[in-house]
Design a protein around this ligand. Structure first.
Ligand code: PGA
Length: 282
């Protein structure tokens, strides 16, 4: 895992936006997996601003959202579909037919989930999957004890998740107890993953994901088995990490690696035996 620790939320957002912009423009990623929640909300604001500046173009981009509450119609004020329309899709140039969502009111749950998996496959898979993390370590709505091989399916939410989502609904009984979500196995097939977390409330989940064992008790820990994961967090979310010194050290040194290697190669090829500064220190 590439662990990036930034001072605050604003820096996490800036890093995440630049990461996404780079992948869209330089690597030509055209199929994105998107999350909802308060953490990605800041990223979406940055994306809208970037779109207005002409830095990102969604004309031929396809999106797949991670999850949707079961029982809510698409235009329900708290549906994830509505969240995405309001906070991103309605303000960029994405084509409505390129937006993929799980239905909150499917006729047949199994068929709906299979349709979603098929749609992802038919577009050649998700290139960049953006994720948040729940306090219980969930990604998507893959709550603790979800199989790490799970595919898109229905899931009963934990009381903790329902409580976390309570703030968006007027009455307790309105908070959905079930959702359809991409599985951990579905998420693991994305070519690249960018996970964002900010705030102290996420510190335990972040530590479990990065430094804990791979376990269904923290489904985000499955990302340890993914070859291309970047986790970008603020200082508060990094507070429970044991090896944060190493992640910072790694970030400093990674930035110097290319220059160092070029210098070594140049000296080797020109027969100049003097050692560059970084090597002398070893
Ligand atoms: P949040 O949700 O960004 O609103 O904290 C994250 C999640 O549950 O995935």
């Amino acid at each position: 895992m590439n662990v990036v620790i930034r001072p605050d939320e604003a820096d996490v957002t800036r890093y995440a936006y630049e990461f996404l912009r780079d992948r869209m423009n330089r690597k030509r990623y055209r199929v994105l997996g998107l999350p909802t929640g308060s953490t990605p909300l800041r990223l979406y604001r940055a994306v809208i601003d970037g779109f207005k500046r002409g830095e990102v173009d969604f004309a031929d981009v396809h999106t797949f959202n991670l999850d949707e509450y079961l029982g809510l119609p698409p235009d329900h004020p708290q549906s994830y579909r509505r969240f995405m329309e309001t906070n991103l899709f309605g303000q960029i140039n994405i084509k409505p037919e390129n937006i993929n969502f799980l239905s909150g009111l499917p006729r047949d749950i199994e068929e709906e989930c299979e349709r979603y998996e098929r749609a992802i496959r038919e577009l050649g898979g998700i290139k960049l999957q953006i994720l948040g993390i729940g306090r219980d370590g969930h990604i998507g709505f893959n709550e603790p004890t979800s199989s790490l091989a799970s595919r898109t399916r229905d899931k009963t939410l934990t009381r903790e998740t329902i409580e976390d989502n309570r703030r968006f609904f007027e009455r307790d009984e309105e908070v959905p107890r079930w959702a359809l979500t991409m599985g951990v196995g579905t998420i693991m097939e994305a070519r690249e993953v960018l996970l964002l977390a900010t705030g102290r409330a996420k510190a335990d989940a972040v530590a479990a994901m990065i430094e804990g064992p791979v376990t269904t008790m923290c489904t985000a820990s499955a990302l340890q088995m993914h070859p291309r994961v970047t986790v970008v967090i603020d200082e508060a979310a990094a507070a429970k990490l044991n090896h944060d010194d190493y992640y910072r050290w790694m970030a400093d040194n990674d930035a110097r690696m290319v220059g160092y290697l070029e210098e070594r190669r140049r000296r080797f090829l020109t027969g100049d035996s003097a050692q560059p500064e970084a090597a002398q220190k070893q």
